[in-house]
Design a protein around this ligand. Structure first.
Ligand code: ZN
Length: 386
């Protein structure tokens, strides 16, 4: 009996052990099934902002949009005022970067609406901001850009001009003639007048005999002295505060091209070195081949411009610096009322230029050949308008 009992006990214990072991396996198996599979989000195609034609952002709508970005993307966005306009409006700057990454970063600055009636130049900054923010952590190219760079966007350098839909600021001064480079040259159509007697605005003078030139028909009030205007002072100061400043783009509308610093046809305040010219010319060739915008080489143009922001940036910081004239060349840059159309199309045309320079930020900072190709979303660049 004892033997039978001990056999039974042994069988019983073995059965329990088997059940425990087997059920353990099931549990183990269930556990592994519960472990979530990590979702690989990188390398997803980027998504374009959902904008509609006709929906432009004036000063107040821009202010709201930037506030929304700050709330929605607190780890990527800082919004701050770089100063006040003549009429006391804030000049907003949005800084986009991955704030959680403390590695050394390079910075760049892109601005728009230095001429207040050139709306699309400001819109392009907002469109780029939304494109970068919505695709961060989803698209590898954009994730890398925001991990390695700080992108400063000032979409309305001239908020008073934007609200009044005029090229000049509220002192009647052309802000893109007010920078400290070849300042006030009569030969380049400038007169350093400022406000006459402190209250009379004379923004431009039309020459009855000079025709058939986009700018040559007019002379512009460039302000009494370089950086006489609060808007240009604000832009100058924020740029001087940047660390590892790599490149600058000053956005405009109308001439349909991207212009580097070019030779100025009077005594130069700077001379581009051979390497600087090589980098500029390579980038210009890329833009000419991959976008609908025309481009030029540093030595191709003899130019009498004066007081331009992008020329001053090159002189001051010695970094690649561009004037980006988006939109169609038939737009009137002086009095362009009522010619704002095809907003979404124009925004899409700007992305290849911005993305190309952004993926090459390190090359540009080191004045090395910017030969990295940007990945672009479907439909970019769009077919040119007929
Ligand atoms: Zn302009």
């Amino acid at each position: 009996m004892n033997k039978k009992l001990s056999l039974l006990v042994t069988f019983f214990i073995l059965s329990i052990l088997l059940v425990v072991t087997f059920s353990g396996c099931i549990e183990e198996k269930q556990k592994t099934e519960e472990i979530p599979i990590p979702v690989v989000k990188l390398d997803q195609p980027s998504i374009l902002p959902d904008w509609k034609d006709g929906e432009y952002h004036d000063y107040y709508e821009t202010t709201d949009m930037l506030s929304d970005f700050k709330v929605e993307y607190p780890d990527l966005v800082k919004v701050f005022s770089i100063g006040k306009s003549v009429l006391d409006l804030d000049i907003w700057c949005i800084r986009i970067t991955n704030e959680k990454n403390n590695d050394k970063k390079l910075s760049c600055l892109i601005d728009g609406c230095i001429h207040g009636n050139e709306w699309e130049a400001g819109e392009a900054c907002l469109y780029l901001a939304e494109y970068l923010l919505t695709n961060f952590d989803n698209n590898e190219t954009i994730t890398n850009i925001l991990n390695s760079s700080e992108i400063y966007l000032v979409s309305l350098v001239n908020p008073d001009g934007r609200q009044a839909d005029t090229r000049w600021n509220d002192n009647g001064v052309d802000l893109n003639r007010n920078f400290d480079v070849h300042f006030g040259r009569l030969r380049s159509g400038n007169y350093p007048l400022g406000k006459l007697f402190g209250f009379i605005k004379i923004p431009y003078i039309k020459h009855p005999l000079r025709k058939n030139s986009v700018l040559g028909e007019y002379s512009s009030n460039c302000g009494r002295h370089a950086f006489s205007e609060p808007e240009t002072q604000s832009l100058r100061d924020v740029m001087k505060s940047l660390d590892n400043y790599a490149f600058y783009i000053n956005c405009h509308t109308a001439l349909h091209g991207v212009t580097p610093v070019v030779n100025v046809d009077y005594k130069p305040e700077y001379i581009a070195s051979q390497q600087e010219k090589k980098v500029y010319n390579f980038a210009e060739d890329w833009i000419g081949e991959n976008t609908e915008y025309s481009s030029c080489h540093v030595d191709d143009v003899s130019f009498s411009g004066a007081g331009f922001a992008h020329h001053w940036v090159f002189k001051e910081f010695r970094i690649p610096s561009y004037c980006f004239e988006m939109l169609s060349p038939d737009y009137d840059p002086w009095f362009g009322h009522g010619k704002h159309d095809h907003l979404v199309h124009w925004m899409k045309t700007t992305l290849p230029v911005f993305m190309y320079l952004l993926v090459n930020i390190e090359n540009l900072y080191n004045w090395e050949i910017p030969d990295i190709q940007p990945s672009l979303p479907e439909g970019v660049p769009p077919e040119p308008l007929k």
